[in-house]
Design a protein around this ligand. Sequence first.
Ligand SMILES: *Cc1c(COP(=O)(O)O)cnc(C)c1O
Length: 468
Amino acid sequence: MPKNTSKPWNGDMIKMDIRVRKIYEALFALEDLRELFRQALPAGLDEHEEAQFSSEIARLETIVQELKEGKGNPIKHIGAGLELRTREEEFININPIQAGGRLTPEARKALIAYGDGYSVCDQCLVGRLDKIRKPPVEEFHAELADFVGMDEVRVVPGARRGFQAVTASLIEKGDLVIVSDLAHYTEFLAVEIAGGVIKEVPSGSNHIVTGDAVAETIERAKEETGKLPKLVMIEHVDYSFGNVHDVEGVGKVAKDYDIPFLYNGAYAVGMMPVNGKNIGADFVVGSGHKGMASVAPSGILATTDEWAPKVFRSSQIVGDVTGRRFENKEPAMLGCTLMGGTVLSMMASFPHVKERVKRWDAEVKKSNYFVREFLRIEGNKISSECPRKHTLSKVDTRDSFDRIAKTHKRRGYFLSDELKRKGIVGEFAGSTRVWKLNTYGLSWDRIKYLSETFIEIAGKYELPVKRK
Ligand SMILES: *Cc1c(COP(=O)(O)O)cnc(C)c1O
């Protein structure tokens, strides 16, 4: 390994800062120090442990010295054969699904402090996660319900488990469920596991789901089967185009037909302002790891006072021999849900998340700036609605970068190579046709750098670029 270099980069690849890896090394050294106290007797370290402490401190000091000077060997592994993950530190990450789930520093600290298994259960008095006061999980639930404009909320292991809790409570075998033709696969699976039948709403050529289209689909379902659907489940923002759908319109139609409406806010809750009651939603589902800067798997299921007794009903089951009952447990939740680092990360990010949704307009502005610059490259197209109303966008580069890919020896990977060389990752590797990216949370500096990089790559391969 050559000394004083972070990595033997080739060509014009940008040089990574060794300090990122030194920070990891220092964090790990601190964890090793911490472990000493986890093994020692409560009264303190014995002689042998003190010696270990001193040698660990010396190691840490060396690392800090290297960190200051920006030199030394870069570590690559955590241990157990696991590699470091440095893409958020060393790169601009445009991965479509990862942007809203990037942790805040507070969430990362919560994970350090509450990473142990059932860490949230230290002072559980009544056997209910949402009633724990220390840490303030109960208070968090109250604020969370308020945050999405609903009456009651539970944390769940991902948006999908929110869908499942609702379908398990409302859908019986053969019942119809309305979803859109852009619905996420987890909506389908949640219906499948409950024995329901899917009826898809066509989003049309502009890929926007409207209240009218939902009404037409309900009518069609009624004609075909003679019965009304039992649930309408529509996403505010779909995963494919990142288009913003008319959920208020859907809410009205659902109300007119008296069918409960599950608002899927996987790409919305925690990123943009969401008020379930104003939308006319009976259920609001959000994803912690998609949109709330939280550890996976995490999410929320919120509802109204009307529906809470149904989905958050108490267990009724009785053991035939022991006569045991679990009336304080909620079967649709399978009792407690997020018992450690997951819920603590949600709580730790929450103050930031509450503030960041107020800055959604700025995120949309950056998204549109990027799109405008991206469209200067001739042949580039945006498949999503324009102007953009979200930061997740589907782009079509079949008439630009894919033309280069056809004759390039690296084929579609040439674009990934070029992007990575400039410190950009997260595009679908090898794809130069139709792919997705997400600009959420990128600073203006990063947005401009990202835009310039695409234009630079276009220039390198002599793709025409329109003047500003
Ligand atoms: C990501 C996504 C989901 C699944 O969310 P999880 O929290 O991972 O279960 C559901 N619906 C849509 C529209 C999504 O984009």
